[in-house]
Design a protein around this ligand. Sequence first.
Ligand code: SF4
Length: 334
Amino acid sequence: MSNHIDTASVSRRLRDLVLDVPNKKVLLSRIAGSEQALDLSEPANCNGFGRIRHFHYSTSANWPRNPLPIIPACNKLGVESRKDMNAQVFQLAGCMWRCWYCFVPYNLLAADSSVSGWFTPDEMIEMYLSVSNRPSIIDLSGGSPDLSPEWILWIMEALERAGQSLEVYLWSDDNLSTEYLFEMLTPQQIRLMSEYRNYGRVCCFKGFDKESFAFNTNAAAEDFDRQFQIMRRLLKETSFDLYGYVTLTTNTDDNLKGEMANFVDRLQALSRNLPLRVVPLEIRAFTPTKARMTVDRERALAIQQDAISMWNQELASRYSTEELGKPIYEIELR
Ligand code: SF4
């Protein structure tokens, strides 16, 4: 029997635990007092249920710069581009996967009522508005926001009610794990989300082949293919402003070049320009990840440094300098 996570059944169970549709409430992780809080440069805010995240454009040598979400946010907010920007983060208290490199402690991914609390979207926006020196980006993260697509829509509506929809840029993470967006929301609700002006959604590929995906997430290798199917639906059935992340940690460097070429081929099969909207993320150690390290995972941190060279080569061979230098939000996907 496989020891891999059964994504469909775990997702169903977690969705019921993190979302209260009749009362329009969402279960948020209490970050204050958690292991994750030890890595924060400033204390958790919003009564312990929020945090400030510092996004930086600069990255390590050899890694592409990271414009997400700074550059799309500046564009939508009509402000000059900058190199660093803060975001107000709320974390959904559940995720179906268990990435070894996740900077969130696993108990904050398990809908554990002792480290989480229920909030309506209006309560979240009220907490956000009371943050002193509040950032103009709200980041709905996790955990896996895929479990509760309603959350994103409800926050859009709450921002509109508060007269903040044009003052705030809304950013949400999607780990391409479920199709609840299409199953739980009506076409009309998806259209409303698509029409919401200041919204960007980042979809995270948890590896660049089946093996790295399973190694990273502890989910079944087949779920890697599903990530592409979900991305295809997002491209075809919504007009969200879509971006991507990819993590390049893997337990084997066999045929790294070939696997990376396949990965970029598969992205391009969805949309020729999709790789230009995907940003590779370098994995680093955090307090919650220290106890999870193994020899293979240490090795994976080293292999990602070779993998990023392969990614850079693939992009350089497929796109012109002009395409590679375009602002990320100007890259046409559809
Ligand atoms: S999918 Fe995201 S939230 Fe879930 S375990 Fe992986 S990194 Fe953490």
